[in-house]
Design a protein around this ligand. Structure first.
Ligand code: SF4
Length: 735
């Protein structure tokens, strides 16, 4: 299908002129290439605002060097600048678990990784604040969303405060941004058309009664460069009640409903405080009716908003871990997190305020988002260039949002929450019909999935119970008896897609939760549907290799990961093998594993090697744990405490310790043998040497390889943001 330039959101002055526009309402700066597809965040936000009646332009991957002409070329927007740093955290996108540069940037043309800075959220907002001190700046995307409160930054090896303390922006939107961004644009637009009072304040804009926009430079940890608060005189400084937004305030009096977290400075002093905070952050990210979170921080200096329009300096972000030595500031608040504010609690000083999220979208709302007039193509400016992430997802369909798995290393729940929002069958089929029209479509849908493949249509039987539920996972440690695990609706979607004459086969590339398939509920209909689903998955939707993610073999590590016991993998493999036998299929299970997860020791890895060897696997899909922002695993790894029990947890931290664990994946490689033997002797398991490293190792090592490719399939990444597999799955679901 042929598209005109005007079918895309405009990216240049010329494209604005083609539309006859001399001004736009919102300009989005994106650190990803502009791909007009519902898997790419800037496109989703742009199209959503457009559908709400606003004029939107996108500047993808602006050059942040030199005279900042990319930041000036479209002038100033009527309402605000939006910064969409990309579908992945910039540091996860750029560096491996070993802090090495990745081979390519999956979201850039031809995989180039010189087209985005580290921490674009900070870099772009500083430039814009310098150039346009009075225009509001709004942050969104994964990077801002997952750095909304004090978090551990693995690449700088330190705690960082809420990203608003480093990025001079006015407001941060976390999670899926469609609803808050439209509400914000409407409020700002209404304010501009509202008469002003004699003191200059807009009439009709609610003023926050308990907070005021901050005009300070937070101390954070001594490395933050001047932060700017709200732009002078903009009504955005008074908009404090939109759900799913985050802002800084100079003072606030907690209500009885608020949760006051340990201050940033307390967390710098005490790792246990950081661990305690995280439990509340995770719980509130997943509740249907969450509380507001307040986190005090200590400001270092006070500036007016205009003073705070600082010259653009190299961001703190570019410091090396050594340079980023953290001075400890005095604590700003001493309340126990979780203690609701009581009348005796005085007003807090400078604080980060995280408003509770919007309720999960309805099917009509999510349909409306996916049904926006995307071209589903990269902007024509990328003609002839390969955008790796797009190549991976262009023939795939995302059928739902949210995940109730609660895997400890995954960020989905912090971003999308645990409640599943499903697209209707009609909306899914509309998108499939668009895909089958694509010139290069050969009859194969590469994935019909979501954050997890088989949670479509699942929810609590009794929603009243779910409304009060604080569990981060509906399926760990056991499957909740209130969870409806019926796979029938999902089967119905598969059947409807496969019935289209243009579709030869639809694959399921997203991760399948086999614990849901093995679960025996009281509902016999659901049990039959699970059996039917398992057989259909294996016989019709697998391309010869079914990838599943047991992640480990040791139950105590799996428990920390919030994954099911390895016994369930055995059970599932038995079913898989039986069905393949019955159907005359030669298919394989490919299991994914993680080393160096918190709680995992060399002895656990030795056990993993023995168990998987006995199962006749030579592992391919393996990953060293990467502590990415805002996961339970990351905070456990950093703090040394389980945030829920506050029990100590040991982790492999040094490169040497991590490599000592990782080598066990490759027991079959002759070059690993000596080190593994030494390791087994050191940990007192010399008894395993003869089994793991027999003298006449007859395994066919020419087949053995780590085929793990960081950019192999960006579409299938729900769970493990720490892993590259995880990054890939998230891309399409995290606008
Ligand atoms: S299904 Fe169970 S665990 Fe999940 S939200 Fe409802 S009550 Fe909580």
């Amino acid at each position: 299908m042929e598209y005109r330039l005007t079918d895309f959101l405009p990216t240049t002055k010329k494209e604005l002129e083609l539309r006859g526009w001399d001004e736009v309402d919102v300009i989005l700066f994106s650190a990803d290439a502009y791909v007009d597809h519902p898997s790419f965040g800037a496109a989703v936000i742009g199209r959503t605002l457009e559908a709400a009646g606003f004029r939107v332009a996108i500047v993808p991957q602006p050059d942040w060097h030199g005279d900042f002409r990319d930041f000036k070329k479209l002038g100033r927007p009527r309402l605000f600048f939006g910064i969409s740093p990309g579908c992945m955290d910039s540091m996860v996108n750029k560096y491996t678990a070993n802090r090495r540069l990745r081979s390519e940037d999956a979201y850039s043309p031809d995989g180039r990784h010189d087209l985005r800075p580290e921490y674009p959220t900070i870099v772009y907002s500083k430039i814009l604040r310098q150039l346009y001190p009075d225009v509001p700046i709004v942050l969104g995307g994964i990077e801002a969303s997952l750095r909304r409160l004090t978090h551990y930054d693995y690449w700088q090896d330190r705690l960082r405060p809420c990203i608003l303390c480093d990025a001079p922006a006015d407001l941060l939107i976390y999670g899926m941004g469609e609803k808050p961004i439209v509400e914000l644009a409407r409020r700002l637009s209404d304010a501009l058309s509202t008469p002003h009072a004699s003191d200059g304040s807009p009439i009709g804009i609610p003023h926050a009664s308990d907070s005021s926009p901050i005009a300070t430079t937070p101390a954070s940890d001594g490395s933050s460069i001047a932060t700017t608060p709200a732009s002078d005189g903009s009504p955005i400084g008074t908009i404090r009640d939109i759900p799913q937004t985050v802002y800084l305030t100079s003072s606030i009096t907690p209500t009885t409903d608020d949760i006051v977290l340990h201050s940033h400075e307390e967390c710098l002093k005490s790792k246990r405080s950081q661990a305690e905070n995280f439990r509340h952050i995770e719980e509130q990210s997943n509740m249907m009716h969450a509380h507001r979170l307040l986190q005090p921080f200590a400001p270092a200096a006070t500036k007016t908003p205009r003073e705070a329009a600082v010259p653009v300096a190299p961001p703190a972000a570019t410091k090396t871990p050594r340079e980023a030595a953290v001075p400890v500031a005095p604590p700003a608040a001493t309340k126990t997190p979780g203690e609701a504010a009581v009348p005796s609690v005085s007003t807090l000083g400078p604080s980060v305020v995280v408003n509770p999220p919007y309720p999960p979208m309805t099917t009509a709302e999510i349909d409306a988002s996916f049904d926006l007039p995307y071209t589903r193509l990269p902007h024509p400016k990328y003609k002839g260039k390969r955008i790796p992430a797009y190549e991976m997802i262009k023939h795939s369909i995302n059928i739902h949002r949210g995940c109730f798995g609660g895997c400890a290393f995954c960020t989905i729940s912090a971003h999308q929450g645990k409640f599943i929002t499903c697209r209707s069958k009609e909306s899914i089929l509309r998108e499939v019909r668009q895909v089958v029209q694509m010139d290069d479509f050969k009859g194969y849908i590469s994935d019909l999935g979501g954050p997890s493949a088989n949670m479509y249509g699942m929810h609590g039987h009794n929603i009243n119970i779910c409304e009060k539920c604080k569990r981060p996972s509906c399926i760990h440690p056991q499957i909740c008896p209130n969870l409806d695990t019926d796979h029938s609706k999902l089967l119905d979607i598969y059947h409807a897609v496969d019935a289209l004459p243009e579709v030869k086969k639809s694959f399921i590339g997203s991760g399948v939760r086999y614990d849901l398939l093995l679960y025996h509920s009281k509902d016999e209909h659901a049990n039959r549907a699970a059996q039917e689903y398992t057989r259909e998955l294996i016989t019709r939707h697998v391309s010869g290799r079914l990838k599943v993610a047991p992640e480990h073999t040791s139950d105590h590590v799996l428990n920390l990961m919030r994954k099911p016991s390895f016994q369930q993998f055995y059970d599932f493999k038995r079913q898989f093998d039986r069905i393949c036998r019955e159907e005359g299929l030669r298919q394989q299970i490919i299991p994914y594993f993680i080393s160096s997860h918190p709680g995992c020791t060399e002895a656990d890895m030795a056990e993993l090697a023995i168990i998987t060897k006995r199962l006749d696997f030579q592992l391919e899909q393996v990953q060293d744990f990467t502590p990415t922002p805002m996961t339970v695993s990351t905070e456990t790894w950093y703090s040394g405490y389980n945030p829920y029990t506050l029990e100590p947890v040991q982790s492999a931290k040094s490169q040497r310790e991590k490599l000592a664990q990782r080598q066990y994946f490759f027991w079959y490689k002759p070059e690993e043998r000596r080190n593994i033997e030494q390791s087994l002797r050191r940990i007192g398991r010399a008894d395993l040497i003869s089994e793991l490293c027999p003298q006449n190792n007859t395994h066919n090592t020419h087949q053995a390889h780590s085929s793990y490719n960081p950019h192999a399939n960006p579409r299938t990444e729900p769970r493990r943001q720490e892993s590259e597999k995880g990054q890939r799955r998230r891309r399409r679901r995290h606008p």
